[in-house]
Write a protein that binds this ligand. Structure first.
Ligand code: ADP
Length: 159
């Protein structure tokens, strides 16, 4: 059984994240979208809310599930009996941080490989941060996030 963990803040999940999930689901027997409870990042949505949004959005993908974690990623990956971590790469700007993270995780546990996936080109400009900014200003985010996330943004931001 090939299991991959796709970790992130998912604050909130976007169509770019979903694109990566769908690609990973074709390569692995099981994909766990792992919501980082997170820390100092001051997320807009609570971990429970982020987790619910992911669960709803991946409901149609039989080999994908949502989970939440905190603490060291490599320990979570090992506990899940997974060998691969999936991360998305949008542009060169993502590379440096992702490279550092992947090599650090390898130092911590050399059995774990990080797999990078590029989203569909139309999603390369998309980030949770920009989606929140547009939504906060009352802009239409329907092209960028699944319908359940759009509803959650409206409710949270009262727009
Ligand atoms: P983190 O806080 O860990 O960066 P994010 O939820 O922002 O969590 O992102 C999780 C992963 O998804 C990261 O590898 C990030 O590069 C990737 N990602 C974010 N947005 C996109 C997108 N539009 N297309 C592809 N990958 C993305």
């Amino acid at each position: 059984m090939r299991i991959a963990i796709y970790p992130g803040s998912f604050d909130p999940l976007t169509n770019g994240h979903l694109d990566v999930v769908q690609r990973a689901a074709k390569l692995f027997d099981r994909v766990v979208v792992a919501v980082a409870k997170n820390e100092g990042k001051h997320p807009l949505f609570t971990a429970a809310e982020r987790m619910r949004m992911v669960t709803e959005a991946v409901a149609g993908l039989p080999n994908v599930e949502a989970d939440a974690f905190d603490g060291l990623l490599v320990e979570y990956v090992a506990a899940k009996k997974a060998r691969a971590v999936v991360r998305g790469l949008r542009a060169v700007s993502d590379f440096e941080f992702e490279f550092q993270l992947a090599l650090m995780n390898r130092k911590l546990d050399e059995n774990i490989e990080t797999i990078f996936m590029m989203p569909k080109d139309t999603y390369t400009f998309l980030s949770s941060r920009i989606v929140k900014e547009i939504a906060r200003l009352g802009g239409d985010v329907s092209q960028f996030v699944p319908p359940n996330v759009q509803r959650a943004l409206k409710k949270k931001l009262k727009v």
